[in-house]
Write a protein that binds this ligand. Structure first.
Ligand code: UDX
Length: 454
C-alpha cells in the first residue's frame, strides 16, 4: 500500500536518476519531510551515496543530504520506487543526439521498468523533453494497460552551482497535466517553498522550459554580438550591457559577454527546440543564429591569439578554467574543450588549470594537454593565458609576479572578470571581450560614469 508515510502530509516520493537535478530534488524533498527513494543505474554512484559521498560538486548539497540522510534511501532498482512511491520524479539525462533531437532512451528505459501491477501513481517528468513527449508517454501507458499511472510535466529550472537556492526559492513552479488533480498533487509537494504556481496543459509546460532556455541563450548570443560590434566601433560592452540592463523590460541578468554558453542544458535545449520546430515543418531561423554565434565566439579567441602572437605553432597557452562555469565541476560543452582542441590543432602547447576539476580534466581534454592544479605553474612560461571560466581564483593573476612569470604577459579575459586597469597595472597586456584596449578604456571610464561597475 502506497502514499502517506507515518507523518501527516508527508509522502513516499521516488526520484529516478541521481544526477544534479535528481540529487537536488531528492535532498529538497527530504528536507520538506518526505521519505525519498532515489534510484540510479550507476552502481558506483549509488555506492558513493550510500557511504555518504556526493558524486557531484554542488554548493550546500552534501550538507543537506547528510542532514536528512534518515529520510533518503539509495537504490539501484527502480522497482523500489514503483513499489512504494505515490509520485515518482523522472530526473534522468536527455542528452542531444547528433541530429539535434533529444535522446529519450533513458526516459523510455524508466517507463519500461514500470510493472503491470504497479499501484496507482503519478510519473512527474523533471527532465527536459521535447514538446509532445508527455502525450506520447501517456498513449504508451494506455497501450500497456497502465491506466493507474498518470503523467505530469514538472520542469526544473535550476542552475548548476546555485541549484539548491533555485529549487528552494523558485521563480515559478510549472506543472502541466491533463488532469488538474494530478497537477495539484505534485504542486502541493512544492507549495511550502512558495513561488508563483502555473498549472497548465502538458505541451505548454514542456514548451515553457524549452522556450525559457532558448530565450536566455538568445540573450547571451545577442550580447556577444553586441560585444563583437563594440570591438569594431570602440565601445565597451560592459558599459553598454549595464546601460541596457537598467531597462526593466530587458533586465540586467544574462547580459555578460564572453566565450558563450556551455553546460548540459543550453546547447542541447536550444538545438532540441530548433529541431523540434524543424520536425514539425517550421524553420526557427533565430535559433540557428544563436547557435552559430555561440560557436564562433570561442573560435574568435583563437584568431585573436593568433593575430597577437603571430603564430600559434609552438606557442604555450594557459587555459584557465575547464568547467563550463564557476562553482561546478561539470565540463559538458565547456568552451575550454573547443579551445583546447583548436589550439592544439594549430600547433600550440596547451596547459589547463581548474581549481575544482582535477584528474577528470585529462579525460575530456585532447591528449597532450597538461592539467595542473597550481595557477602560478599554469601561467609560468606561457605566451598567453585565457580565462575561460570566471573562477574567483583568477583574481590571483593580479598578484605580484604572476605576469612576470609568463613568457609574454598576454591575458585574454574571456569572461571580462578582471578590472582592465588593475590587469594593466599588474603588467598584463589585457584583452577583454567587446571591451576597448586599456588606453581607450581609461578614456571611456571618464566619459561614462557607469563604466568600471564590473
Ligand atoms: C541553465 C538554466 O539557467 C537553467 O534554468 C536550466 O534549468 C538549465 O540550464 P546552467 O546550465 O546550470 O542552467 O547554467 P547557467 O548558469 O544558466 O549558465 C549557462 C551558460 O551561460 C554558462 O556557460 C555561462 O557561462 C553562460 N552565460 C551566462 C554567459 O555567457 N553570459 C551570461 O550573462 C550568463
Amino acid at each position: 500500500m502506497k502514499i502517506q508515510s507515518a507523518q501527516m502530509g508527508t509522502e513516499v516520493v521516488g526520484v529516478i536518476g541521481a544526477g544534479y537535478v535528481g540529487l537536488v530534488t531528492a535532498a529538497t524533498l527530504a528536507s520538506l519531510g518526505h521519505e525519498v527513494i532515489c534510484v540510479d543505474v550507476d552502481r558506483e554512484k549509488i555506492e558513493k551515496l550510500r557511504s555518504g559521498d556526493v558524486p557531484v560538486v554542488e554548493l550546500g548539497l552534501p550538507e543537506l543530504l547528510h542532514q536528512h540522510r534518515d529520510r533518503l534511501t539509495w537504490s539501484l532498482d527502480a522497482a523500489d520506487v514503483f513499489e512504494r512511491a505515490r509520485i515518482a520524479f523522472v530526473t534522468v539525462d536527455t542528452p542531444g543526439l547528433p541530429s539535434g533531437d533529444a535522446d529519450l532512451s533513458r526516459v523510455e528505459a524508466v517507463i519500461g521498468r514500470i510493472p503491470d501491477d504497479v499501484p496507482p501513481m503519478i510519473l512527474a517528468m523533471k527532465s527536459t523533453v521535447p514538446v509532445g513527449t508527455g502525450a506520447r508517454i501517456q498513449r504508451h501507458l494506455r497501450r500497456q494497460g497502465l491506466d493507474q499511472v498518470t503523467y505530469v510535466s514538472n520542469p526544473e529550472f535550476l542552475r548548476e552551482g546555485t541549484a539548491l537556492r533555485d529549487v528552494r526559492h523558485p521563480d515559478r513552479v510549472v506543472v502541466g497535466a491533463d488532469d488538474l488533480r494530478d497537477a495539484d498533487e505534485v504542486a502541493r509537494l512544492w507549495a511550502p517553498l512558495g513561488g508563483p504556481l502555473r498549472c497548465c496543459d502538458l505541451a505548454s509546460a514542456e514548451m515553457i522550459k524549452l522556450a525559457a532556455n532558448a530565450f536566455l541563450a538568445t540573450k547571451i548570443s545577442f550580447v556577444n554580438e553586441i560585444a563583437n560590434v563594440c570591438e569594431h566601433v570602440g565601445a565597451d560592452v560592459a558599459v553598454v550591457a549595464e546601460g541596457m540592463g537598467l531597462d526593466h523590460r530587458i533586465g540586467a541578468d544574462f547580459l555578460e559577454a564572453g566565450l558563450g554558453y556551455g553546460g548540459s542544458c543550453f546547447p542541447k535545449d536550444v538545438a532540441a527546440l530548433k529541431q523540434l520546430a524543424g520536425n514539425s515543418g517550421y524553420h526557427f531561423q533565430l535559433l540557428s543564429a544563436v547557435i552559430e554565434v555561440n560557436e564562433l565566439q570561442k573560435r574568435r579567441v583563437v584568431s585573436a591569439l593568433a593575430a597577437r602572437l603571430g603564430t600559434l605553432a609552438g606557442a604555450r597557452v594557459a587555459l584557465l578554467g575547464v568547467s563550463f562555469k564557476p562553482w561546478t565541476d561539470d565540463t559538458r560543452e565547456s568552451p575550454a574543450l573547443v579551445l583546447a582542441e583548436r589550439l592544439t590543432a594549430e600547433g600550440a602547447t596547451v596547459v589547463a588549470h581548474d581549481p575544482v576539476v582535477g584528474a577528470a580534466a585529462a579525460k575530456v581534454l585532447p591528449a597532450g594537454v597538461a592539467v595542473v592544479r597550481d595557477l602560478a605553474e599554469a601561467v609560468s612560461g606561457a605566451d598567453a593565458a585565457v580565462i575561460v571560466t570566471a573562477w574567483p581564483e583568477y583574481g590571483g593573476l593580479l598578484e605580484q609576479g604572476m605576469s612576470r612569470a609568463m613568457a609574454r604577459p598576454l591575458l585574454v579575459d574571456g569572461r571580462n572578470m578582471l578590472d582592465p586597469y588593475a590587469a594593466a597595472r599588474a603588467g598584463y597586456e589585457w584583452v577583454g571581450i567587446g571591451r576597448p584596449e586599456y588606453a581607450t578604456a581609461a578614456a571611456a571610464h571618464i566619459a561614462h560614469p557607469m563604466a568600471g561597475a564590473r
